[in-house]
Design a protein around this ligand. Structure first.
Ligand SMILES: Nc1ncnc2c1ncn2[C@@H]1O[C@H](COP(=O)(O)OP(=O)(O)OP(=O)(O)O)[C@@H](O)[C@H]1O
Length: 233
């Protein structure tokens, strides 16, 4: 579904992505793991057309997207839920959701909102509330719900567990597992190595703008190098 080859990008003269290659197949949950500053968010921004690639290729369902603008990428079904949620605080929950469907026809939008409410009943209870007054966990649900409104074929989740309480992190991973069980392909970009490897089928480890390790999540869980670097074991 998604095929990234030798992707390079950066800011000014500084190269942040230094040749990233990875794949996500239909129906898969793939984790991209790494600590602060290794370039995970930059990768997501390049994949969603916010930061330009300097070289390399991005193919999504056969279409070349490395030079595509953000609306074209969203329309193709590659949808990024950004780090830090980036919801619109002064709009209601429902308005935020509706904005997620801006690139889709108006017809069917209300039904789509109802589907999101089924997945996240808390959002339905708070439909008219300003999004800025939601708790951190509710804001993360809203950001994911807004992503679903765009009818993704692949949903990229950037650090969905960031800043949430341990209990809320559990709930968030359970929700992501439910979305994955519905057949949606998910690229989970996280620092939370343990829970991400529980959820994902495959994973890539990113360091300094490179993928340094990849494989089945079940195998990576017992990788000694990974345990030492990320879990202090
Ligand atoms: N807009 C920008 N201008 C200049 N440098 C940037 C910009 N955004 C990110 N960087 C730099 O690029 C590097 C990678 O940042 P990035 O946000 O991609 O990392 P990350 O792996 O997502 O980290 P985190 O988990 O902390 O968000 C960092 O050194 C950062 O300072």
């Amino acid at each position: 579904m998604l095929e990234v080859r030798d992707l390079r990008a950066g800011y000014g003269g500084t190269e942040v992505l230094r040749g990233v290659s990875l794949d996500v197949n239909a129906g898969e949950v793939v984790a991209v793991l790494g600590s602060n500053g290794v370039g995970k968010t930059t990768l997501n921004k390049v994949l969603s057309g916010v930061v330009p690639a300097t070289s390399g290729t991005i193919r999504f369902n056969g279409a070349a997207l490395e030079h595509a603008a953000a609306p074209e990428i969203v329309t193709a079904g590659l949808i990024h839920v950004p780090e830090g949620r980036k919801i619109f605080p002064n709009l209601s929950v429902r308005e935020n959701l509706e904005l997620g469907a801006y690139c889709r026809p108006r017809r069917g939008r209300a039904a789509k909102v109802d589907q999101v409410y089924e997945i996240f009943p808390k959002l339905k209870q708070r439909a008219r509330q300003y999004a800025g007054t939601l708790s951190g966990g509710e804001q993360q649900m809203l950001a994911i719900g807004r992503g679903l409104m765009g009818e993704p074929k692949l949903l990229i989740l950037d650090e969905p567990s960031l800043g949430l309480s341990p209990l809320m992190v559990e709930e968030m991973f359970a929700l992501i597992a439910r979305l994955a069980a519905s057949g949606l392909a998910i690229m989970l970009v996280e620092q939370n190595v343990v829970q991400s490897l529980e959820l994902a089928g495959r994973a890539y480890i990113m360091e300094n703008g490179f993928i340094t390790l990849s494989g089945q999540a079940s195998e990576l869980k017992s990788n000694a190098e990974l345990k030492r670097a990320y879990l202090g074991l």
